[in-house]
Design a protein around this ligand. Structure first.
Ligand code: HEC
Length: 246
């Protein structure tokens, strides 16, 4: 018993200390898969900027065409670079052994990343790259410290640098923590446009994580309507059965 208590204290103590690191809270993505135009833009960004390293091997091109209101020809001409079969899944061109050699870690499949990490985490991750000369690829990330992923959207976003503030930790020691990031050289997009682009991409990954959600949302309204009508009928029926019982 004593030992369990001690373990629990240690565990919560550790979590508490981790929470006190002064990390910046995640930004809200306000992700919505109910916007086909945004999903289409997100798909374009994904195939252009992510599919070279990350697969989404649970997603088929023909299913995507249907869900995103695109014709199969449009998908074939604009979104398919790693295969010419519309029934294929979104595979990556790079071999995983090469990836291991280049990055020291294989870029994970992103099929269910939105469910594993959450959309706010993804949004903050893609906004959170900043220059860090101490890292081998010159960047670090606010929510994924020391990530091996390069900042592949740097051309769009530009380069950010951290602004620090000093804080006292629980032992009374001063330390520098990142307060926010600021743009030190701009990319092709304005900050607002970059945020919109990242949101489109997060929406797309949200959709990829659970494609059936689109049908579920569409069907849900009809199911609720059906249940409501059923309620009226059942209520009338009950009134009829019980009308002579008092
Ligand atoms: C040049 C190769 C490369 C490209 C292109 C790339 N990534 Fe990555 N990505 C990586 C590597 C390598 C990792 C593993 C990082 C680690 O574990 O330290 C990673 C990790 C990630 C993770 C974190 C996964 C986890 O562990 O939870 C996400 C999310 C992600 N990438 C999203 C994207 C998105 C979205 C794009 C397109 C905008 C993209 N990546 C483009 C190489 C790449």
């Amino acid at each position: 018993m004593k030992r369990t208590l001690a373990t629990l204290c240690l565990l919560f103590g550790a979590v508490g200390a981790w929470g006190a690191e002064g990390t910046i809270p995640l930004e809200k993505a306000h992700s919505s898969i109910d916007d086909p135009a945004s999903l289409q833009r997100g798909a374009r960004i994904f195939v252009n900027y992510c599919l070279s390293c990350h697969a989404a091997s649970y997603m088929r091109y023909n299913r995507m065409a249907k869900d995103l209101h695109l014709t199969e020809e449009m998908v074939q001409d604009n979104l398919m670079f790693t295969t010419d079969k519309i029934v294929d899944t979104m595979q990556v061109a790079m071999r995983s052994t090469d990836a291991l050699k280049w990055f020291g870690v294989a870029p994970p499949d992103l099929s269910v990343i939105a469910r594993a990490r959450g959309t706010d985490w993804l949004y903050s991750f893609l906004l959170g790259f900043y220059a860090d000369p101490a890292r081998p690829n010159g960047v670090n990330n606010l929510v994924f410290k020391d990530t091996a992923m390069p900042h592949v959207l740097v051309g769009l976003q530009g380069i950010q640098q951290p602004v620090y503030r000093t804080e006292q930790d629980q032992f009374g020691e001063q330390k520098k923590v990142i307060e926010r990031l600021e743009l030190m050289s701009s990319g092709q997009l304005t900050e607002a446009d970059y945020r919109r682009t990242v949101r489109d991409l997060v929406n797309f990954l949200h959709y990829v994580g659970e494609p059936a959600k689109l049908q579920r949302l569409a069907l849900g309204k009809w199911v609720l309507l059906y249940l409501f009508v059923l309620l009226l009928v059942a209520y009338r029926l009950k009134a009829e059965y019980w009308k002579d019982v008092h």
